[in-house]
Design a protein around this ligand. Structure first.
Ligand code: FES
Ligand SMILES: [Fe+2]
Length: 421
């Protein structure tokens, strides 16, 4: 709770006129448009029938899921340290000799794009005496120079320079490069495995989800902003991204004004999920011929990559891309919120983008995350009992089934492959 107070956003929510505006993009072509139309068709039918996509039954899970230290350690060691984590977007490394430094589940990582355009991921730790090389954030550099004694490393991680080398004595430079982590850039996302020596098989991990990610054309996007937001246990946070059931109660003056509540379509792709929410504007068009439909204007899609990358509004010109990861404590997470755009960023759109960024940040923090801090307090006194996830909370059920499956099946020889949860 201390961290929450440090960053509390003490500003009134932005009024209606300033809510983020829809801007068309040309992402929805060919098969992507057919799939988006399919989602819109299903949503229209749900609205007519007053239904939503549902799981076969309700699901109970132990409250200790949010409290148990041993379980948390297993989640970190068997899931977060073994699977490919989507730690960066390609647009965060927009040119040669760029880097992004980030702490993921307590592991300091630096991701670079070298002079040849190749992406590398390494522990952000100097091989002299262990200082952190780069402060968190994005930058441009031809080399990474340690702030302690100024050893410098190439963007590929090789040890290049040692200050006062003639006084230092013998060092085998080939053994003093940065510790490499397996990483793959795919569909505009950089996936990193936090365990040195473990190789990523990205095709197995993504499966059919790869085509879904590719359809968003994230590799053509630009980064506008990135902000970190503290939160409670990672599952308590992520659950809020995966259902529309809470819109009416939690977001009566914001999200619920734009979206129908408790109406959702769900598709699972191995551990990953695609959700579609019905925007209220769908009411005016859903009885018109489908040829006139523009799903980007009337469906709110969430493309959600396990274990916590949420791409919202991915068919539009502007989208929010959030990654929630645990810290090293069971009751804490941190979410990196990015605004990503398909168009050039110049002064004419600067204000609009700032409004959009602040709107999302305020709504997510003041409405979702403060509610979820409440959940963390609530579960802290109800250990031993269970929670219940409704049939209409199918995306949340899928999340928990996936976590349970990975904890059961994952073991030291490798990492989990995608399979239906
Ligand atoms: S710890 Fe990095 S140069 Fe000494
Ligand atoms: Fe919410």
């Amino acid at each position: 709770m201390t961290e929450m107070i440090d960053v509390a956003v003490d500003v009134p929510l932005i009024d209606d006129e300033e809510m983020p505006q829809y801007l068309r993009s040309d992402v929805l072509d060919g098969r992507a448009r057919d799939e988006a139309l399919g989602m819109m068709r299903r949503l229209a039918q749900h609205l007519r029938d007053k239904t939503t996509d549902q799981a076969p039954s309700t699901m109970e899970e132990p409250i200790d899921n949010y409290l148990d230290e041993d379980l948390f350690r297993a989640e970190v060691d068997l899931i977060f340290k073994r699977i490919p984590l989507p730690l960066a977007l390609s647009c965060e490394l927009p040119g040669r000799n760029t880097y992004k430094a980030v702490e993921a589940v307590g592991v300091p990582v630096v991701i670079t794009r070298d002079a040849k355009g190749e992406v590398h991921a390494m522990l952000n730790v100097c091989r002299h005496r262990g200082a952190l090389l780069c402060g968190a954030g994005h930058g441009t550099a031809r080399a990474l120079t340690c702030p302690y004694h100024a050893w410098s490393f190439g963007m590929d991680g090789e040890l290049r320079g040692m200050y006062g080398e003639s006084t230092f004595g013998e060092v085998d430079r080939s053994k003093r490069g940065l510790i490499q982590l397996s990483c793959v850039e795919r569909h505009g996302v950089v996936f990193v495995c936090l365990t040195p020596g473990l190789e990523i098989d990205i095709d197995s991990w993504l499966g059919d989800w790869g085509d879904q990610l590719a359809s968003l054309k994230l590799d053509e996007c630009h980064l506008f902003s990135s902000r970190m937001m503290p939160g409670p246990n990672w599952k308590a946070v992520i659950e809020g991204y995966l259902e529309a059931y809470h819109f009416a109660a939690t977001h009566p003056n914001t999200v619920f004004k734009i979206n129908h509540g408790n109406t959702m379509v769900f598709d699972g792709f191995g551990p990953h999920e695609r959700l579609g929410f019905a925007l209220r504007s769908i009411d005016d068009v859903m009885d018109a011929p489908e040829a006139e439909w523009d799903p980007a204007a009337h469906v709110g899609p969430i493309f959600w990559t396990f274990p916590g990358l949420s791409i919202a509004g991915g068919w539009r010109q502007r989208m929010t891309v959030a990654l929630c990861l645990p810290t090293t404590k069971v009751g804490e997470s941190v979410t990196e919120h990015r605004i990503v755009v398909r168009h050039a960023i110049d002064t004419s759109v600067q204000h609009d983008l700032e409004v959009m960024r602040d709107w999302f940040y305020d709504v997510v923090y003041n409405e979702d995350y403060l509610t979820q801090y409440g959940v963390q307090k609530g579960v802290s006194v109800t250990g031993g009992h269970t929670q219940v996830f409704g049939r209409n909370e199918i995306g949340v059920q899928h999340l928990h089934r996936t976590i349970n499956r990975l904890l059961d099946e994952n073991h030291e020889e490798g990492y989990a492959l995608p399979r239906e949860a």
